[in-house]
Design a protein around this ligand. Structure first.
Ligand SMILES: Cc1ncc(COP(=O)(O)O)c(C=O)c1O
Length: 394
């Protein structure tokens, strides 16, 4: 039932999202392409349908050609991120000596939580949010406190204050796990919002761990603000990786960054954590942040186009779906509550339309009736996905 074939595929050289045909993508063996049967069009898990940025491909192949596949050493990854942060976000405060390499962002979050809180301390989340936040925290045995985003997908200061206040009363060392930019809504938190978060956290003795994995992926006109750059955030910790923006999830490496007043906490990171990141992964992530800016800009421009495309397609074929193009991430958070498909419309789109989207239910309170669509693909596949969704309802 795939409409795309090699014959109809016309690669657009300038847009990295248009370089691979469906036939090529189906040869991939990663989660996005192998979880569902071959007649399902997968626009779910956050993998990108791109070839590697040329500087990244070259760095990896050079390392392989040299047999440079041993253990990691040095601070090149942190230096590359510091340069990227300076150039993209105008932030000069990323000190290489206050960073540590961790295997990936999720394991980095687990380690940061262990550093700044105890085994029974609660973790506060803004739901709906990236499902593994729940899975990883629950598997640590930590209680989760949900502080739902407001109707516009923004942090609700009053709700957050109340969650902090209650957590402060009940626990010694509560933690707030901030998702910035936010997955799935793509909300880019403003400097004012983050400054207020830092103020609330200080007031209630809550430590902040910020997951900033989507930070490089912003829409035209949006500006990402690093949490550690705002006043009052000095005792915060953040996690960043090149894995989302350059599609490097399979090349494990991420960075934990401490604000000046969290340096001692980060220094307590157990030595064995540094055993997880891959040396080749670090080489790839470093090349992405240092030399992958032009490629990223081309992707960002393609994503702007894809958001516009999706808005037009939904307006034409599925006008009952609510969609506000996101300020960041390559994810689209679709409000399907008016379709009458119940809590889990993704299941209907999968069964009847043969298109795989993420079910909003897994994103916690506020996720029922929503689906998440991955726009890091070609306009052709987005068009086909919407066609299938509409056919599912016909
Ligand atoms: C907010 C967020 N954090 C973490 C991750 C996973 O990162 P990693 O593979 O580095 O653990 C993702 C992946 O999509 C994500 O969206």
């Amino acid at each position: 039932m795939d409409r795309m074939s090699r014959d109809t595929f016309a690669p657009d050289g300038a847009n990295p999202l248009c370089r691979l045909s469906l036939e090529q993508l189906r040869r991939r063996t990663s989660m996005k392409w192998r979880t569902y049967p071959a007649d399902v069009l997968p626009l779910w898990v956050a993998e990108m349908d791109v070839l590697l940025a040329e500087p990244v491909r070259r760095a990896i192949t050079d390392a392989v050609a040299l047999g440079d596949t041993g253990y990691p050493a040095g601070t090149a990854y942190a230096e590359a991120l510091a340069g990227f942060a300076r150039a993209r976000w105008g932030w000069d405060g990323l000190a290489v000596e206050r960073t540590a390499i961790v295997p990936d962002v999720m394991l980095g979050i687990v380690e940061m939580l262990k550093l700044v809180s105890g085994p029974s301390d609660p973790v506060i989340l803004n739901c709906p949010v990236y499902p593994p936040f729940y899975q990883f925290i629950e598997s640590m045995g930590r209680p989760i406190v949900e502080a739902p985003l407001d109707r516009d997908g923004r942090i609700d200061a009053a709700v957050l204050r109340e969650a902090f206040r209650q957590a402060d009363q009940r626990a010694d060392r509560p933690v707030y796990l901030l998702c910035s930019p936010h997955n799935p809504t793509g909300t880019v938190h403003t400097a004012a919002e983050l400054t207020h978060v830092a103020h609330l956290a200080r007031t209630h003795g809550v430590r902040v761990v910020a997951d900033e994995i989507h930070a490089p992926i912003v829409a035209a006109g949006a500006s990402f603000v690093p949490y550690l750059s705002v006043p009052g955030a000095e005792n915060g910790l953040s996690l960043i990786s090149a894995s989302k923006a350059w599609n490097l999830a399979g090349l494990k490496a991420a960075l934990a960054i401490a604000g000046p007043a969290a340096a001692d906490d980060l220094a307590g990171l157990p030595e064995e954590v540094s055993h997880g990141p891959s040396h080749v992964g670090i080489i790839a992530h470093t090349a992405a942040l240092r030399d992958g800016g032009d490629w990223l800009d081309a992707v960002l421009s393609g994503l702007d186009d894809n958001r516009r495309l999706l808005a037009g397609l939904l307006a034409e074929h599925l006008p009952a779906i609510g969609y506000a193009p996101a300020q960041a991430t390559y994810l689209a958070w679709l409000d399907c509550r008016n379709l009458g498909l119940g809590d889990d419309p993704a299941e209907v789109f999968l069964q009847r339309g043969r298109v795989a989207l993420n079910s909003g239910v897994a994103f916690g309170t506020g996720g029922a009736g929503f689906v998440r669509m991955n726009l890091a693909t070609s306009p052709e596949l987005i068009t086909e996905a919407v066609r299938r969704m509409a056919a599912a309802l016909a």
